[in-house]
Design a protein around this ligand. Structure first.
Ligand SMILES: Cc1ncc(COP(=O)(O)O)c(C=O)c1O
Length: 382
């Protein structure tokens, strides 16, 4: 019998989406792909230069540091201090990651035993539940309140008692919901009360609009006793292909994560860490133009939907729209309708768990005029 945990996991929905997209392309269809959330913008020049220098540096050819390159740790420390007013020990409380997706899975592996519970938002970035299952743990889904905050009261007490990790993701993919620091404080208090490690996935820390600054859970007083947070260069700096992120917060959790990672691999590529160093050092100048581009895309596509009679709300964070599938169609029927008709690739809500059924996600990863054409096609097909 091959690995039971892997066999028990349903196929990754994005594979199915890839197959349908490939079939549509093979039939000669020209597609507008707003399915996957992979940034289309260029890696910032200052980051490219840092990578070029690192690649040519003879002294950097050996294995990387296990935890973090000192320059990367210092840049992360500076970023957390200037952006959030959070002051952490760069050696004990920061760990470089080859992407936050991997880091989240590794954190779960380093925390849970078979039979434990991982509390996951009911609509979620897939790795949360899948990593729990790969570790033999049970993902238990926490429902949302009407405004998208977590309904902590609704969690079964028996599940809370077995929970080792609770994951929160604000601003959320795919929901786009953002919350205040007070709300994050509520999650910290819950985690502390129940002896659960709180994992905040802050992948969209910088992608917010209209004067809203995304808070970090580490800003909550005492959070470092119960929480860790992942940050990534993937979205904030168009660096998804570089694979550089970090985990910061509770010291013991960082130590365990380091222990897990160092048993199965080496530290994160030095090239990637020095690229991340440049990004975080220059975050104050690199982020605004990227956000401005997403904002104009958001405004253009929201206006196009509204012109077509779809009452779409403009999200105040992330690079997505999270919309309702027209009545009478299943998620996959709607995906196929859009592929065959206007040739628009969207992600079915079911990709983000059963509670995502009846919704679909549009990623703002095309130029504004292309997004307007996508919206017009969607409206016409709906
Ligand atoms: C909520 C969330 N977390 C993590 C990730 C993955 O980020 P990384 O590229 O750092 O692995 C994504 C990517 O879409 C995401 O949406």
């Amino acid at each position: 019998m091959t690995a039971r945990t892997l066999d028990a996991i349903p196929p990754y929905v994005f594979y199915e989406l890839d197959a349908r997209r490939a079939a549509a392309r093979a039939s000669g269809k020209t597609l507008i792909d707003v399915g996957i959330g992979s940034p289309d913008g260029p890696i910032p020049e200052v980051v490219v230069e840092a990578m070029q220098r690192a690649a040519a540096d003879r002294a950097l050819s050996g294995y990387p540091h296990f935890r973090a390159h000192p320059q990367y740790a210092a840049a992360v420390q500076g970023y957390l201090a200037s952006r959030f007013g959070v002051h952490l020990d760069p050696v004990q409380e920061v760990l470089a990651l080859a992407g936050s997706k991997e880091g989240i899975a590794e954190l779960i592996q380093s925390q849970v035993n078979p039979g434990d519970v991982v509390l996951v938002p009911e609509v979620y970035y897939p790795v949360y539940a899948r990593a729990a299952m790969l570790a033999g743990a049970e993902p238990v889904f926490v429902p949302f309140l009407a405004d998208g905050r977590l309904d902590l009261e609704a969690i079964d007490a028996a599940h809370v008692a077995r929970a080792k990790v609770m994951i929160v993701n604000y601003p959320g993919n795919p929901t786009t919901t953002a919350v205040s620091l007070d709300e994050l404080a509520r999650y910290v208090a819950f985690a502390e009360r129940h002896g659960v490690l709180l994992l905040s996935d802050l992948a969209y820390s910088e992608l917010s609009f209209d004067g809203f600054a995304v808070p970090s859970v580490l800003q909550v007083p005492g959070a470092h006793r119960v929480a860790v947070e992942t940050h990534t260069c993937s979205k904030s700096f168009n660096m998804a292909g570089v694979r550089i992120a970090f985990m910061a917060g509770k010291r013991e959790a960082i130590t365990r994560l380091d222990a897990y990672r160092s048993n199965i691999g080496y530290g994160v590529s030095t090239l990637a860490q020095l690229a991340g160093t440049a990004a975080f050092l220059h975050h104050a100048t690199l982020v605004p133009p990227i956000v401005a581009e997403y904002r104009s895309r958001r405004d253009a596509i929201v206006a196009a939907f509204r012109r077509g009679g779809w009452p779409v709300e403009a999200p105040r964070a992330t690079m997505y729209l999270w919309l309702d599938v027209p009545a009478g169609l299943s998620d996959w029927e709607w995906v196929d309708t859009l592929l065959r008709g206007p040739g628009v690739v969207v992600t079915p809500g079911i990709a983000f768990g059963a509670a995502g059924r009846g919704k679909f996600r549009v990623s703002l990863v095309q130029a504004a005029d292309t997004l307007v054409r996508a919206a017009e096609g969607i409206v016409a097909a709906g």
